[in-house]
Design a protein around this ligand. Structure first.
Ligand code: IPE
Ligand code: IPE
Ligand code: MG
Length: 247
């Protein structure tokens, strides 16, 4: 398989990891078994992303809407998150991967928050590779939280309403320190965003694959990156302008 030129490797890939439940159902297994296999895929994909040269990888792991699932599935997912963080710490340190989160992580169970704090603190100085976990994340919640903080800044005289711009407002998003995704992948064949990084994906390239998350592997990630490499990102301009360089 021919690899794209390094310049065409997306700097930031975001993934809506979907299809764990269907993977389990197809095998007559409980849904949590699908989530367990999904955790193994996370390890594979984090390693593969680094090998491909993707500097930022964001994984949608739990949405604000996912609290609506049956209580035993929610607690199972939280248990797996705790397990993942404990198990991956050594791997992240060895590979010099920094962990960040986006979402209302303050509302996660205390044991998960503790593990998150631990892994984030232990990896905070790594700059080459970043893994971002979207946890208790929703785009609308993110915008509401940013609006609240922006309004507070106005009240304290740190911002002026007449200066409002996307550039200024976006500094109040959870993702302020992270570049916008170049490539967004959703597994499992669903063609929707499910409240994920709606603002940040304004100009992201989208790839939807029917592969269920537990079956997703390095070859699937490479295929999405190759697809990205063949796209022309125009940002509102014409092909001719893109070919002759910036306006
Ligand atoms: C994605 O798999 C994992 C989470 C949303 C936490 P699903 O659990 O949504 O799998 P399906 O969509 O039911 O197959
Ligand atoms: C989106 O998947 C959330 C995550 C992958 C964490 P869902 O499975 O929850 O999305 P919907 O409900 O099918 O839109
Ligand atoms: Mg789903």
């Amino acid at each position: 398989m021919s690899s794209p030129s390094p310049a065409k490797v997306p700097q930031h890939v975001a993934i809506i990891m979907d299809g764990n439940g269907r993977w389990a159902r197809q095998r007559g297994l409980p849904r949590l078994e699908g989530h367990r296999r999904g955790v193994e895929t996370v390890r594979t994909v984090v390693d593969a992303a680094r090998e491909i040269g993707i500097r930022y990888l964001t994984l949608y792991a739990f949405s604000v809407e996912n609290w609506r699932r049956p209580a035993d599935e929610v607690s199972g997912l939280m248990g797996l998150l705790d397990f993942f963080l404990k198990r991956e710490l050594d791997n992240l340190i060895r590979n010099r991967v920094r962990l960040l989160t986006i979402g209302r992580t303050g509302d996660l169970p205390a044991n998960v928050r503790r593990e998150l704090d631990r892994v984030i603190a232990a990896t905070r100085d790594f700059t080459e590779w970043t893994l971002v976990l979207a946890l208790n994340y929703g785009s609308r919640t993110e915008v509401a939280d940013a609006a609240r903080d922006y309004a507070q800044a106005v009240r304290e005289g740190r911002e002026r309403p007449e200066d409002a711009s996307w550039e200024k407002f976006s500094r109040y998003l959870y993702s302020a320190a992270i570049p916008e995704p170049d490539l967004l992948i959703r597994t499992s064949g669903e063609l929707r965003m499910s409240n994920f990084m709606l603002m940040q994906c304004a100009y992201s390239e989208l790839v939807f694959t029917p592969v269920l998350w537990p079956d997703f592997g390095k070859a699937d990630l490479q295929a999405a990156v190759d697809d990205y490499g063949r796209r022309e990102r125009r940002y509102g301009q014409t092909t001719e302008q893109i070919k002759t360089g910036p306006a």
